[in-house]
Design a protein. Structure first.
Length: 171
């Protein structure tokens, strides 16, 4: 992870390459800490603007597995996480307790959608989350052409879900 200091002209190494195992999501939290998702878990980067930032792995409720997260966003005080690894294809809304270095609450916003082939990367627009549900996973060939779609893929799929917490049912 690199940082560009205020009034800086060159990037500085914030944390060395081996700090995370295949990092694939990063977001700034309102308090200034960073939240990083890697292959195996979530971690806080405490005091990233200070002289000695440190990494704290987050605990989870009931040992919930939050590896394989591929993209993070912030919405209404919660972190939205796109999990797409090892058969766990879902979109989470996470409440992070920074003081206790834990995921305090985790709620699934969406799972099991027919278009989920590799959900990743989204943007929050008001109380809506727009995200890529199927990335198509094509690559450039040496001749400049694009590879064929993998079997079963038909192209990009964009989905939308509300980021608002569900309203409790009234009796």
């Amino acid at each position: 992870i690199y940082r560009l200091p205020p009034n800086g002209e060159a990037l500085q190494v914030l944390l060395p390459n081996d700090t995370f195992e295949i990092p694939n999501g990063i977001v700034a939290l309102p308090d200034g800490h960073l939240l990083v998702a890697d292959f195996d878990r979530l971690a806080l980067v405490v005091d990233p603007a200070g002289p000695a930032p440190r990494v704290v792995r987050l605990g989870t409720p009931d040992d919930l597995y939050l590896g394989g997260i591929d993209g993070l966003a912030v919405a209404g005080g919660r972190v939205i996480a796109f999990q797409n690894l090892v058969g766990r294809t879902r979109v989470w809304a996470l409440t992070i307790d920074v003081r206790k270095a834990r995921v305090a609450r985790a709620a699934i916003l969406m799972r099991g959608h027919a278009d989920f082939l590799n959900p990743t990367t989204g943007v929050v627009a008001g109380d809506r989350l727009l995200f890529i549900a199927d990335t198509k996973l094509q690559s450039a060939n040496p001749d400049g052409s694009v590879s064929a779609l993998p079997p079963g893929r038909t192209g990009y799929r964009l989905l939308e879900v509300s980021t608002r917490p569900p309203t409790p049912a009234r009796s």
